[in-house]
Write a protein that binds this ligand. Structure first.
Ligand code: PEP
Length: 248
């Protein structure tokens, strides 16, 4: 089955609302594509203006986080129904920065994945190893544990519709990209893990991105790998280069 590629920008904590609107205008023609899905995952405060700015274009809006309850006394949090009402289609869950700085563990992330599906959002579930884990040779063991824990109770049909992003932590924002072979090996390992938990059809359908210093120069080779269905892009999503990555 041919999986449609998906290229998502992760803006992280960058872009004020007015800068966000200006970036959408700058990228508008550059990210046009009929053949890949394009997503901007933006800070919460930028969601409404970005949704307005990309209306009528091929760009979908994603959030960088959500909370596990629908409403209530959770000061500072944003719920899945709020995101949906604002026009959000995708949500990043389990980015290594949230795992590390905000101590989000797999049990909590599993609740977030289920909450996203309940609301009709598509999760972009991130996983990835530290440099120490890679050097110890436990990369795939670690990633399989993350995937299995984060997907407890998630159905095969849900997994078929979701996105998994493999992001080696040592490659995020460092300018150090995993080699094409390293990236493909782990993305293939994730697909095999999905086949074991679910079945071959689910593994064949789920889209798996690579993320970690993707840029205009390395995107084509990475995205040409059989198990890499696009990228989650941080730094390079904030500039015109993102158009080159989309049209790799
Ligand atoms: C990310 O934050 O998801 C990411 C991959 O960042 P960068 O592309 O800057 O390494």
């Amino acid at each position: 089955m041919a999986r449609r590629k998906i290229i998502a920008g992760n803006w992280k904590m960058n872009m004020t609302p007015s800068q966000a609107v200006a970036l959408c205008a700058e990228l508008k023609d550059l990210v046009k594509s009929d053949s890949v899905d394009v997503v901007y995952c933006v800070p919460a405060i930028d969601i409404v203006p970005v949704a307005q700015a990309v209306k009528g274009t091929n760009v979908a809006v994603g959030a960088e986080n959500l909370y596990i309850e629908d409403k209530g006394a959770y000061t500072g949090e944003i719920s899945a129904p709020m995101l949906v009402d604002a026009g959000v289609k995708y949500v990043i869950i389990g980015h290594s920065e949230r795992r590390e700085y905000f101590k989000e563990d797999d049990a909590f992330l599993n609740k977030k994945v289920k909450k996203a599906f309940e609301a009709g959002l598509t999760p972009i579930l991130c996983c990835g190893e530290t440099l120490e884990q890679r050097e110890m040779g436990v990369t795939l063991d670690w990633i399989r544990l993350q995937i299995k824990s984060d997907l407890v109770g998630v159905t095969a049909d849900q997994v078929k519709s979701m996105v998994i992003a493999y992001e080696p932590i040592w490659a995020i924002g460092t300018g150090k990209t995993a080699t094409t072979e390293q990236a493909e090996e782990v993305c293939k390992g994730i697909r095999e893990c999905i086949a074991e938990i679910y079945d071959a059809a689910t593994a064949d359908a789920v889209r798996i991105q690579y993320g970690g210093s993707v840029n205009a120069g390395n995107a084509a080779e990475l995205f040409a790998q059989p198990d890499i269905d696009g990228g989650l892009v941080g730094g390079a999503s904030l500039k015109a280069d993102f158009g080159k990555i989309v049209n790799y």
